[in-house]
Design a protein around this ligand. Structure first.
Ligand code: DAH
Length: 341
């Protein structure tokens, strides 16, 4: 039995030494120390020994078991260290390899202009509103005092979804005036930018989809002077102090009186050039005093309240702001163009 124990000890220690990984080592532990292991088998024979032999043999067996257990623990630690080292080596990052350059996105010039405009109006106490692009003709026309038969309702100008001309892509942001009056109480100051749609052929100044910014103020004692003062202030903040504007009489069904505002051409300073088509002026928006009919239909008493409104073309503002000559550049999204701003 003594020899048996000695041989188990040598064999086991050598085997542990040679184990390549934790799984192999564990298998060896079972092989020697497990319930059916080799050392356990020897220990089971202890009972056959004589009373004199037993203590010495018992002690030896315990020493062998302790030696094996100690060797397993040590080897297990070494294997774990080795495994970690190998993993670190395999996962090492070579920080000297140059990175792949990431191209950063860029804000579109039209949105740069829009954000500037929003900032100016928010600073004046306006609330920014968002609304539906698929609109009822009820809001796009009826409530804006453009009754059945008004030329702007024509099928040749408007994208309708149904035969009855009830559902449409909004042709202007003006229905946002109505949504504002239906959901807010005066005093109202809103700015509503968004897409609008018209059956226009694409050219240097037209697109079937473009953007407008609607603005409206409703309060007691609001006059045309407020309209002119506010819009002149905004234009000076956008285009610089001393930018010259002019207001021309015009007609819109939802304002009375109505006007259009022009700014003096930034290219030629009013002398006339290709940018302003020789006019010296560039039209930037329509505006006016909100029509009493529109106020009444929205449940606001025109004897108590008055208001002004405007609708400006956002592309045109951006083109003026950044001196862009062709509207199509704004929609083509050519990075060589976009990167210039
Ligand atoms: N909605 C008009 C258009 O698309 C622009 C406009 C004119 C808006 C006068 C207004 C306004 O709010 O008061 O041509």
């Amino acid at each position: 039995m003594k020899e048996q124990l000695a041989s188990i000890r040598t064999q086991a220690l050598a085997a542990f030494e040679a184990a390549q990984d934790a799984a192999a080592l564990d298998a060896l532990r079972v092989q020697y120390l497990g319930k059916k292991g080799e050392l356990t088998a020897v220990l089971k024979q202890m009972g056959k020994l004589s009373a004199e032999e037993r203590p010495a043999m018992g002690q030896l067996a315990n020493e062998v078991r302790a030696a094996l257990e100690e060797a397993i623990e040590r080897t297990s630690k070494q294997l774990a260290e080795k495994a970690l080292e190998e993993r670190l080596k395999a996962e090492a990052l070579d920080v000297t390899i140059p990175g792949k350059a990431q191209k950063l996105g860029h804000k579109h010039p039209m949105y740069i202009a829009l954000d500037e405009i929003k900032d100016i109006f928010v600073g004046m106490g306006f609330t920014i509103l968002d609304g539906p692009e698929v609109e009822l003709s009820y809001f796009n026309f009826d409530r804006l005092n453009a009754e059945e038969g008004h030329p702007s309702r024509d099928w040749s100008d408007t994208f309708y979804f149904d035969e009855d001309s009830k559902v449409m892509l909004r042709s202007q942001t003006s229905p946002m005036q109505i949504h504002a009056m239906d959901t807010m109480k005066p005093p109202i100051r809103i700015l509503a930018p968004g897409r609008v749609y018209r059956k226009d052929e694409v050219d240097a100044t037209h697109s079937p989809m473009f953007h407008q910014i609607e603005g409206m103020v409703i309060d007691k004692g609001v006059t045309m002077a407020d309209l002119k003062g506010t819009l002149n202030t905004v234009i000076e903040q956008l285009y610089g102090k001393g930018t010259v504007t002019r207001f021309r009489p015009h007609h819109f069904p939802f304002t009375e009186p109505s006007c259009e505002m022009d700014i003096q051409c930034h290219k030629c300073g009013g002398k006339g050039c290709p940018t302003c088509k020789g006019e010296g002026w560039i039209e930037v928006l329509g505006a006016g005093m909100v029509h009493p009919n529109v106020l009444r239909m929205s449940g606001i008493d025109p004897e108590v309240y008055s208001g002004w409104a405007f609708g400006m073309g956002l592309e045109r503002m951006a083109m003026g702001r950044f001196k862009i000559a062709d509207l199509r550049l704004i929609f083509e999204n050519d990075v060589r163009f976009l990167e210039q701003f």
